[in-house]
Write a protein that binds this ligand. Structure first.
Ligand SMILES: Nc1ncnc2c1ncn2[C@@H]1O[C@H](COP(=O)(O)OP(=O)(O)OP(=O)(O)O)[C@@H](O)[C@H]1O
Length: 822
């Protein structure tokens, strides 16, 4: 609003002094008497002329030039009407509105370039009555229109005037480019009619809207509509203003950031720091030296470009920096050269680990295949066995043998896929997955990578880490491993993965399929002594800064540590306990105390305190129904006792000691077998119905399950129903079928070792477990007598003695029989 007109007015005023605000009192639009009835009609394009208002118009159309020239020479009156469409070049009668304003040409200027400008002043609104002629220009007979503006000092009028002026002032303020004179002109206007026309003329509105204003006869209505238009304009201007302000403040912020960056730079220069630009360029140079795939290089440089555009104080800056640094630190196609000298490899394995001949052999075989095939697309090795038997350290030896880098990632308790695959960078504090982190640590693209405790991976709502691992271990897929953080594919196909596990059951079946399982079983006491002498004690001495001659162990002392202070298949606790003893010696040496250089049994007891474990000892065969079984647990073998007892009743069976379902089924199978063969065993049938049977397996707090207690259970029941003694120092393990067959069971080596520890002399095993025994070093089983059996009959023949136990129970069927028959 305003500015177009005012600007042109000012220009005119400055150069020509032509324009002045007409005193509206003199220009009452209703007081025009000398206006002729027939007037030439001058169509105008962009605006609407209102009575009282003075505007300059440039006349370009030949028709119009002719018209104004003629009029200027005559009474100077023209009927000015807006054309409906700005585009129309030669508007006819239908192209113009019907209502316009009679104007007087105040001045006509013909410029040197031929353009004609007229200054006109609106006089009175009119309506075309009829067209007299259309050529050479439209001439019409017109009817003047009266505006109904109430005169005087009425409150209502005052209020409207004030509202119009306030709104106009607001518009002026929001339009700082409008000259201040406009406000002054506004202040001078007192007449509502003129004010309405003046503001309508200057209103920043469509021609059609202005025309609407012009056509309203009722002055108050006209003013009200004008006010409405003005308020709309105010809203629009305020909105525009806000947006501009925001843009301005953003620019301010940018300037502040720039300033801040400059400050940081100056400070860094003073302190001798490199600015971010320089830092980025250095990273770029480092990047050029990387042997990475070209798309990684491109991605890297793009990220650096992004960083250059960032404000170092912004939160995303360190995130972006960390990311490019990861890209740089990751080894891309950086391989160590393999050493496939298998003899040397064997030597290293032998040097680091005592025993485990079979395992070492299989590892060497595995390496031999790798050597011949020259690629890693073989099955993944999985070392499986109880804790502390050297699975992890064997992995390390393999790396050493191959001259590869070694990294280890523990999967115990991993249940979030993101731990393996990483988080997307957009997360706050996102990191790459453990796999990529470890590769970074390895600094080579082909390390030996230990996946420790692969059996402890679980899955929950946060995704399935096992499936991510599947991808890692699949030679077909792992050349394009996708980490969420890295956003780039990484080639894991040259990595030698070795998994370790304590139990096979809990490994995801699909994962298990991909792996070649190598079992590492526990160690015998003799092996543990050797491992202690050759590895654990020298290692501990070294760690405590002792020379090998500073302290020596008596063999019996080592055995004492093994039997009295550890109960395990592996040697982890043993190593710890030996460490304690050696630490004690180290302390004495350091404090120059007297001490015994040879560690004896007494010394061990003195240093380690009272024995923690009693040997699980064989408990004799004086009670009917007590039989020694052999069990396998995750920490190795154990002996267990099955106890049965009978009491008068109705043939009820109770099982206690936290037995699993499979063990319960073994008990049922044993009873069924005994019932079927009662005659052969001289058992009175009534005993099954008139006595309640209770089977208990101590230690009650430890859950027990598995079918391997079958023959033990059966022997216990046979003993209680016959009251016969069980052979002394005998233990057994084997599954039974209802038809009396004995099936082989697992964990034989661990069980044999446990039996030996407990002082057992004879063992009953299924015939088909013979091959497991053949894998055990003969010297460890030479003093054990092993009975291999096929059927339950054979078990009982070996296990049950002819004699009854001392003070054996006498069955009494009379009362109960009578009772039960009632
Ligand atoms: N046969 C062995 N000869 C020499 N040292 C051994 C032998 N077995 C185990 N060790 C030593 O015992 C310690 C424990 O072994 P390690 O940590 O490898 O056990 P692990 O089987 O991986 O156990 P976990 O299943 O708990 O991870 C190591 O210091 C290792 O060197």
């Amino acid at each position: 609003m305003f500015h177009k007109l005012f600007l042109s007015e000012l220009v005119q005023e400055d150069s020509e002094g032509l324009i002045q605000l007409i005193n509206p009192e003199d220009e009452d639009e209703n007081q025009v008497d000398d206006i002729p009835e027939d007037v030439p009609i001058l169509p105008i394009r962009n605006t609407v002329l209102f009575p009282g208002v003075v505007i300059p118009i440039t006349v370009g159309r030949q028709k119009s030039i002719k018209l104004v020239k003629k009029a200027y020479q005559g009474d100077r009156y023209v009927g000015v009407i807006a054309q409906k469409n700005v585009q129309t070049e030669d508007p006819g009668v239908d192209d113009i509105y019907r209502v316009g304003t009679i104007a007087r040409i105040i001045k006509m200027l013909v410029l040197p370039d031929g353009n004609t400008t007229i200054i006109i002043q609106g006089k009175s609104r009119f309506e075309i009555d009829s067209i007299i002629k259309e050529e050479p220009y439209i001439t019409a007979s017109v009817k003047l229109l009266k505006s109904d503006f109430p005169k005087g000092n009425k409150k209502e009028i005052k209020a409207i005037i004030q509202s119009l002026k306030d709104s106009a002032s607001k518009i002026l303020k929001l339009n700082p480019e409008i000259p201040q004179e406009a406000q002054m002109a506004l202040d001078n206007i007192q007449d509502l009619g003129f004010l309405t026309h003046f503001l309508s003329s200057n209103l920043n509105a469509e021609v059609a809207d202005k025309q609407r204003l012009l056509e309203i006869n009722d002055g108050i209505k006209r003013a009200t509509l004008l006010l409405e238009f003005m308020l709309k304009e105010i809203q629009l201007l305020e909105l525009k203003h806000d947006i501009q302000k925001k843009v301005h403040t953003d620019i301010d912020q940018q300037q502040r950031d720039y300033y801040l960056r400059q400050q940081i730079k100056v400070m860094q220069d003073e302190l001798g720091f490199d600015g971010p630009d320089q830092e980025v360029e250095e990273l770029r140079l480092k990047g050029e030296k990387k042997n990475w795939p070209s798309e990684v290089g491109k991605h890297f440089n793009k990220e650096l470009d992004k960083i250059l555009r960032m404000n170092p104080a912004a939160a995303e800056y360190p995130v972006a920096m960390n990311y490019v640094e990861l890209l740089l630190e990751l080894p891309w196609n950086e391989y160590t050269k393999d050493n496939f000298d298998l003899k040397r490899a064997r030597k290293i394995l032998d040097k680091d680990h005592f025993g485990m001949e079979k395992v070492k052999e299989r590892i060497i075989e595995y390496l031999a295949v790798l050597k011949l095939k020259q690629d890693m697309k073989g099955p993944i090795l999985c070392l499986y066995g109880p804790p502390g038997v050297g699975k992890t350290s064997l992995g390390r030896s393999i790396a050493k043998a191959l001259k590869r880098k070694y990294v280890r990632m523990s999967l115990g308790g991993v249940h979030d896929e993101a731990e393996i695959r990483g988080h997307r960078k957009t997360y706050v504090g996102a990191l790459p997955g453990k796999l990529i982190q470890n590769i970074k640590k390895a600094k080579s693209s082909n390390p030996v990578f230990i996946l420790d405790e692969i059996d402890k991976v679980s899955s929950d709502f946060r995704g399935d880490p096992a499936s991510a691992l599947l991808e890692v271990l699949d030679p077909e897929q792992n050349s394009t491993f996708a980490d969420n953080y890295l956003e780039l594919e990484y080639d894991l196909s040259k990595v030698l993965f070795i998994a370790t596990a304590n139990s096979l059951e809990t490994i995801h079946p699909a994962l298990r399929d991909r792996m070649e399982i190598i079992e590492i079983s526990g160690y015998t006491q003799e092996e543990k002594v050797e491992i202690s002498k050759k590895h654990l004690i020298p290692k501990q001495k070294k760690e405590h800064g002792l020379k090998s001659s500073d302290v020596t162990f008596h063999k019996k002392a080592i055995e004492k540590v093994i039997d009295g202070y550890t109960r395990e298949s592996g040697v982890r606790n043993l190593e710890r306990k030996l460490g304690s003893v050696i630490r004690h010696a180290a302390k004495s040496i350091a404090m120059e105390e007297e001490f015994n250089k040879t560690i004896t049994v007494d010394e061990v007891v003195k240093i380690l305190g009272a024995e923690i474990f009693d040997k699980e000892l064989y408990q004799g065969n004086e009670i009917a129904g007590v039989v020694t079984g052999l069990a396998w647990t995750q920490v190795g073998g154990e002996i267990l006792f099955i106890e049965s007892s009978l009491s008068k009743g109705k043939g009820k069976l109770t099982l206690s000691g936290q037995l699993g379902d499979v063990m319960k089924e073994s008990a049922m199978a044993a009873i069924s077998y005994l019932r079927a063969n009662a005659d052969d065993l001289n058992i009175d049938h009534r005993a099954f119905d008139q006595y309640d049977l209770h089977v208990h397996v101590p230690a009650g707090a430890v859950p027990k399950d598995g079918p391997s207690a079958g023959i033990t259970m059966l022997t216990s029941l046979a003993s209680i129903y016959t009251q016969r003694k069980v052979k002394e120092k005998l233990a057994m393990t084997g599954e039974i079928t209802l038809r009396g067959k004995v099936l082989p069971v697992g964990g034989i080596k661990e069980k044999i070792l446990a039996a030996k520890r407990a002082g057992i002399k004879e063992i009953i095993l299924s015939e088909r477990n013979k091959r497991d025994i053949s894998e055990i070093d003969e010297q460890y089983i030479k003093d054990l007598k092993i009975h291999y059996v096929d059927t339950v009959d054979e078990v009982l023949q070996v296990a049950l003695l002819k004699d009854k136990v001392k003070g054996h129970m006498k069955f009494d069927f009379t009362d109960t029989a009578v009772n039960s028959n009632n």
